[in-house]
Design a protein around this ligand. Structure first.
Ligand SMILES: [Zn+2]
Length: 414
């Protein structure tokens, strides 16, 4: 590294913030959020900017076959496995400026800070943008890291389609994001991810950062409700078999279950698809889906059993047929105890108010934690709001998280 460029050892808060705002403007929405679903034109533009900044920072780029982008800051030992920093630039539809984006752009700033300080590391540092973490356009989410880990087959991922029927592999080619680096990829030496909390605790408690200890038990629920079509202006009310009405009953029942298991668990219906979705047609087919989360697998099983019981009740009351399925089960992962302790100690040294806490939702870090020591760092977000245009954290909150990331990665790559 160029020792003549030493200007400090820390994160440049203004640069990190301006990067977040510049990236957030790509696919920017009127409500102040961002809309960069995976492999959309906006995602392509965001990825191009990431590559530009990485090259500007002197990092070496490569892209693998599912479109994961790796930006590498070489170490002095070319044979050493890299220390990886990652998250995702894709967003919900619409999403905010911070979920995932902070982790990737903080990774870039960590590399720039080391270079400014003239710090050479033994191990390479790689900043990764994982493809399709959000699963907003193509299911399932957390896709790029799963293909990299080999837990999801490349062919299976490439064949996924979005609601318009466009195939992921074709979109990867169309947007020029299909690289040639092989998947599965080699596990890194260690993995670090900085992310907004997506919950209210850190803000409410006035804390700067958290080291995440474990994840929750999760699964996804899907219902297909079969009614009978008919004319909404002519068919007698007692004869109607309206699938949407049963869906409405399910939505309320699921919400009540969620309320009763909070805060350890939660569930809300979140997707409704309705056919023919026409004012003068009684809906004959309605599909509903939801995500279940609970700190413990037993709590998750209880939520699932209660939803099954409510569906049985609604079926018998309405006489409609409802096919119910829960799948995509994800067991809790336990993060590396040594890295948690190291993060807590570093935060104390740096004067940051820190605690340990679980994460309720999935992150790429969960996939990596099966492969290498993994640390997930949280910073506060306003009101606990995420997956929303209103998602927000301050420049100082983002920079403190990045400072902790820098300190941990610098040690790990030393
Ligand atoms: Zn995220």
């Amino acid at each position: 590294m160029d020792a003549g460029q030493v200007v400090g050892t820390g994160i440049d808060q203004d640069r990190l913030w301006s990067d977040l705002m510049t990236m957030g403007a790509i696919g920017g929405t009127a409500g102040g959020g961002s809309m960069r679903p995976a492999l959309s034109d906006a995602d392509r533009e965001g990825r191009a900017l990431f590559r530009h900044w990485a090259q500007e920072a002197g990092l070496e780029l490569r892209t693998d076959r599912i479109g994961n982008i790796f930006a590498r800051r070489p170490g002095t030992d070319p044979t050493a496995k890299p220390v990886m920093i990652g998250s995702h630039l894709d967003t919900q539809m619409p999403g905010g400026k911070f979920d995932g984006v902070l982790g990737v752009l903080a990774g870039l700033e960590v590399c720039r800070a080391l270079t400014r300080a003239g710090v050479e590391t033994t191990r390479p540092i790689e900043v990764v943008n994982w493809t399709n973490e959000e699963g907003a356009r193509f299911q399932p989410g957390v896709m790029g890291s799963a293909v990299h880990a080999g837990t999801l087959a490349l062919e299976e991922a490439l064949a996924r389609t979005d609601p318009q029927g466009r195939v992921l592999g074709a979109e990867l080619e169309r947007t020029g994001q299909a690289g040639d680096a092989a998947v599965p990829g080699e596990a890194p030496e260690a993995y670090y991810e900085l992310h907004i909390e997506q919950g209210p605790e850190l803000e409410a408690e006035g804390l700067d950062v958290a080291m995440v200890t474990r994840s929750s038990a999760m699964c996804s629920g899907y219902a297909t409700i079969n009614g009978q079509n008919g004319h909404t202006q002519t068919l007698a009310m007692p004869l109607r078999r309206n699938a949407l009405v049963a869906a409405a009953q399910m939505i309320l029942a699921i919400e009540a279950i969620g309320a009763s298991v909070a805060p350890e668990g939660m569930v809300s219906a979140s997707v409704v698809e309705n056919w023919p979705n026409n004012r003068v047609n009684i809906p004959h087919l309605t599909k509903l889906s939801w995500a279940v989360v609970h700190q413990d697998p037993a709590g998750r099983e209880e939520i699932v059993a209660r939803i099954e019981a409510e569906v049985a009740r609604i079926m018998s009351e309405t006489g409609l047929d409802i096919a119910l399925e829960h799948k995509h089960y994800r067991e809790p992962c336990i993060f590396d105890a040594d890295l948690i302790a190291a993060g807590v100690a570093k935060a104390a040294e740096m004067g940051f108010a820190c605690k340990t806490m679980p994460t309720l939702t999935a992150h790429d870090a969960l996939t990596l934690s099966d492969r290498c020591p993994t640390a997930l760092i949280f910073v506060p977000c306003r009101g606990g709001v995420s997956h929303s245009e209103a998602e927000w954290c301050t420049a100082e909150q983002a920079a403190k998280g990045a400072e902790l990331l820098l300190a941990m990665v610098r040690d790990a790559a030393a």
